[in-house]
Design a protein around this ligand. Sequence first.
Ligand SMILES: Cc1ncc(C[n+]2csc(CCOP(=O)(O)OP(=O)(O)O)c2C)c(N)n1
Ligand SMILES: [Mg+2]
Length: 331
Amino acid sequence: MTENRHSAIGLSDQTVLEMYKTMLLARKIDERMWLLNRAGKIPFVISCQGQEAAQVGAAFALDRNKDYILPYYRDMGVVLTFGMTAQDLMLSGFAKAEDPNSGGRQMPGHFGQKKNRIVTGSSPVTTQVPHAVGIALGGKMEGKDFVTFTTFGEGSSNQGDFHEGANFAGVHKLPVIFMCENNKYAISVPIEKQLACEKVSDRAIGYGMPGVTVDGNDPLAVYEAVKQAVDRARRGEGPSLVETVSYRLTPHSSDDDDRAYRSREEVEEAKKLDAIFTFADYLRQTNILTDEIQLNIEKELAKIVDEATEYAEQAPYADPEDAMKYVYEEK
Ligand SMILES: Cc1ncc(C[n+]2csc(CCOP(=O)(O)OP(=O)(O)O)c2C)c(N)n1
Ligand SMILES: [Mg+2]
């Protein structure tokens, strides 16, 4: 019998099963998107595969009714936890008018949904970081107790936006959680050519905040680290930096061929740590997941993904005139 780690950090059996279902749904949607892309039906995919545990573990530590999230393009697990649906994501993949993220204007992965406090981002990486800091400042000035949560890759932690945002948040003790999803690559550039310091979290000390590095394949470890950061932020003690280490299991995007810069052996080795399987093992060892429950979950998720795909494929495109919407003032 495996030690029950989730109870020790205050998570019920039901909650950890929900975490697993959300991780698996993200994976299934992502896999379907690759098929649709290769079949010529959707133009572009940028994957969450390998980062679902970090994303879902973190998002479960937030308050889904009041906190603001500023995710980056791989964060399907984060936005699903915050209320975006498979159908919403598929509408974005197919670039249809009803896509809640941008009405089909933006590339997939540019998440934004006002009702779920998912703040839209731009294509230049890391612009979401100063935005998260600004929203946290606004909340603090208005005496509200929400936190903002923003994510970015380890390559993006080299951008000025990260350093400027982190510094401002540290100086003003703002309720922000910075989470770096270190997947060991920035497109074709491996981690050792990206950073001179050992860990991304080593950067936290320069901005007067705690920094921790956790196993990004362990949703419980990520939950615990982000929960501590959230509690600290709500107590008014300021920001935190959490680094989650995992591996990008797919090429950078559907337009990339990663055989040009990394070996198949390396990718196969990383797959052995894939949290979709290791977390399922944990849930089996703690008697939460059985063959029957697994089968039912698989069936339920397959139906959700099928229906979302069907709906989005049939949905209408935006009218060409809509391209002018939100660009010029409408009288
Ligand atoms: C300012 C800026 N520079 C370059 C790019 C092109 N670009 C898009 S994603 C990416 C890699 C980012 O790597 P990382 O931050 O590690 O995130 P990952 O894709 O690995 O999750 C680059 C260079 C961009 N979008 N914006
Ligand atoms: Mg990266």
